[in-house]
Design a binder for this molecule. Sequence first.
Ligand code: SF4
Length: 267
Amino acid sequence: MDNGNTENSARIDPVRLGYSSRFQFKCHPGVSCFTLCFRGIDILLTPYDIIQLKTRLGLPSGDFLSIYTEPHLLEKTDLPMVTLKQLDDEHASCPFVRDTGCIVYADRPTACRYYPLGVAALQHKEGADDDGFFFFVHEPHCKGFDEACDWTVADWRRDQGVDLRDTINAEWTDLVVRKRSFPANIKLTEQAKQMFFMVSYDIDKFRRFVFESSFLERMPMDADTLEQLRLDDVALLQFGLRWFKEVLFKQNDPHLQAAAGGPARDL
Ligand code: SF4
């Protein structure tokens, strides 16, 4: 998986692409396959995807998860993930596609933005010694590759806004990648998986956990930080992921461990 979409009929081109790799692609209402995209394909949702979509739809995160997502366990990490729930129609269509296009286009998931690229690891940090690891995902009916519009992978990511989203999701991808390197015999408890799920995907529930449990008694914060966590989903997400990572990887931060009610064995 690791590419943000678990393909069914889509073909993965086994060629590694880097940020400077070039390709030709354009999707627009004039292509004959417009609105046929992502049929029968599991679209992995990142934490920021969920914040954007639930905000767009005016739903609490718990309702969004119930109505629009399917839970999974990500192979090799044993961590819970969520994908967009396909419609129960003959095409297993995306719930947001209409004849006129995507009704959540400005807030569409990261995997939709990446297409026709996939990402080979849930780690997208650009750096001097990191040329990324991308590949093509070919949906068989897709005519976008025939359109004369040239990109580098780096330009495509910028144009589609995935560089910004990957930055916001960086703590989450780092957590998932690091958990994947755990020996297979080290398993998380159900409680730890539920905590990962809540912090990563159910941000409104995590806010209630922070503000309506004894959490803050064990982790006092200044008023400005509290106000930010109360109002800003992204700030709360990033705080939650940093906290969960400290606890999970036993990084011995006494402040964060106190907030967790003890060291990582509690997970
Ligand atoms: S969310 Fe929008 S862009 Fe993504 S598959 Fe559905 S309709 Fe297409």
